[in-house]
Design a protein. Structure first.
Lengths: 152, 152, 152, 152
């Protein structure tokens, strides 16, 4: 899936949060922007931990979809994060995502999160996703894991 | 701080999320309830990862405040989580929190999260908090880190 | 597998390290002792990080074997550890291990490590193991994953 | 400290393990080689988990020393690792280490470990170190935290 397909997938599958995230680039490294809004902030103007978790989680998920096509049922099984600096007030967050492993049953991704324009990462995350068994392709049958839009 | 003081602290300092959390018990183990609402759900009715992160994060923070009194500036520096089972639809989540370390500069807490009434944990988390240097008490001067209500 | 079977399994499969570990108890919680020797120490007499990692790793592995029988090919896929206090010099380390999940493909365990006689944990670990697919039992064929001694 | 100083520091402070590790390069990214020997192996010829932990731990420690000079008392407080592929038999392991944060009290480093010549990482680690308070420099007094060799 390319950037536009990923953005459409988010809008379709995760309408509650889709407008928070913009797929800026896909490839060896995927780049995802979080449009920081008031609802993401804690007192003092800093972006909340759960918001940074969500950015890392969505970022790795999209990097997996970029490689595999839509796998709507992939689930996060493990996460580790380091919160290293306070995000700068009034700036979007930019996540740089790499997939370190994309195996048959597990995928591992790595994320660095920056305040837009910053050079030192505000957070680091790695997450493991469990990938559901993929059925052998059967051209005669519609594949429920691959919605129409994604095959366009 | 006791359960009522912690609940009041949440309402005062984190008004955006305070109504999500109920302090059910404090002590060696602190018990925090997340009142699951639609905004916490993902498609399929499961509670989102960021919501479970938020519950673990708030739970350990409250366990620290229970022991130290209000330390409004303690910040999460590290988190690891395992997501082990799908939360049951339509049930609150209950976090059982233990502090494993409460040092001068770092605190480490451990959380098991259950669907209410369930016996197998849906998630496990451990988090490290950095505790700001505490000033030596100076009775002549108001301490901004200790709001009035907390000293009551 | 009971404690004696686990100890025999260690001796047979991991002869390089088996004498380091003693299976003290199995059950809901498994208890494994590390017999601390000079080779485990760092300058100052503290037990090295890799040694504590090894204790946690072996402990969770044994807790899985206790439940599943010998699964020689289970492999660690993820680990998180917090090192909270300096182990006391000249004391063995005691690991208390719980399995939080034992699924078809993944197992998650949790460990608290104490200096013998101590009441505050020196370290905490959680680890994920990937469990190899188990063949359907075939009484006509010898199963290489289940060595003879283990079935005794 | 440059590569030769780091190697000398290892030999002096950690004589039990110093010969396992070779400082190949220092800079933005530090590169550390683990000379794999029989004592690092598990049945089947794979490198043990504790050995990979040790490589990541030493690698980040050396990256901190490279920047700060000898801080013999920095201690690991947290570690997360993903074990993604089986190391290739008979090959050294090469760790690529970056410091993501070097604060006043905490440092965070990130490591990718490869089998020599391999292009896909066998493991990923991130670790937090607690840095002891540094005394204000006092030119009149010898600083016990900075051994002679390190100032050469």
């Amino acid at each position: 899936m390319d950037a536009a397909e990923l953005q459409a997938f988010l809008t379709r599958e995760f309408p509650q949060v889709a407008e928070d995230f913009i797929v800026e680039a896909v490839g060896e490294e995927c780049v995802i922007r979080l449009r920081v809004a008031d609802r993401h902030l804690r007192p003092g103007g800093t972006v909340s931990g759960p918001t940074m978790f969500a950015l890392a989680d969505v970022g790795i998920y999209l990097a997996i979809l970029h490689r595999l096509g839509p796998v709507a049922l992939a689930v996060t099984t493990n996460c580790s994060m380091d919160f290293m600096r306070k995000p700068e007030a009034g700036r979007d967050l930019i996540a740089h995502v790499r997939l370190l492993k994309l195996g048959r049953v597990l995928a591992v991704g790595d994320v660095l999160i920056y305040s837009e324009g910053g050079t030192a990462p505000v957070a680091r995350a790695s997450m493991t996703y469990s990938i559901p068994p993929r059925e052998k392709p059967d051209p005669a049958k519609s594949d429920p894991a691959k919605p129409e839009a994604a095959r366009a």
